[in-house]
Design a protein around this ligand. Sequence first.
Ligand code: PGA
Length: 249
Amino acid sequence: MKKNPLIIGNWKMNKTIEETVHFINSLAPQITDSEVSVYLAVPFTALAAASHAAEKTNIVIGAQNMNDAKKGAFTGEIAGVMLKDAGAEFVILGHSERRQLYHENDDFINKKVLRAIKDDIRPILCIGETEEEREADQTEEVLENQITKGLKGIAEEDAESIVIAYEPVWAIGTGKVASVDIVSKAHIFIRKCLTKLFEKISHKIYIVYGGSVKPDNISLLMQEKEIDGALIGGASLEIDSFVQIIKNS
Ligand code: PGA
């Protein structure tokens, strides 16, 4: 059976507090009857204001990164308990921009996933191959490696809350959306990997797609059995395109 769609906006390094509150106030009344779970990953500085603005709405607020330690001497870093304190209910981890620009590897990302679970924040683990890896026919190997390492040490009862975001690096912010066939095949493979790790509950884990999702390509993607939702960057910054994506899911 298809799960209720999960649509996550990833704002990256965009929007002030005022813009955030304005966005949430405009979005909320347009999605009151929606069956879609709507998540917004806002900048750290806007978390508290966003969760306050989203209080009586069906919008869930989260963050885009966190540290793996509980607290301590890590200048410039943010702990899970701080995110939680500011109202975050989920956190995006291992986004390709963090892997590529800030050299985060699977072991570090795994520690963050474990910490998020301990701190009771829903982890959204991003995985995906680069263009070179796809061309070298290494996609499945890369995905399996990222899943196995990223989810190492996670108990079956905690695994259910995890979301996997399949984001082929070549499709992020490039306008090159992966074809439905490519995404569908990758999601089926990811489900297989999850079943190897968490046999009993793997079917409950959400697998969402990210990479140039727009109002006009979301419907086709959502028709596929193993595509449970989407992680949206660019098109989540404009209220009209984000609402349209939610409506077309
Ligand atoms: P995009 O970004 O929708 O702008 O391609 C997706 C993401 O980076 O999560």
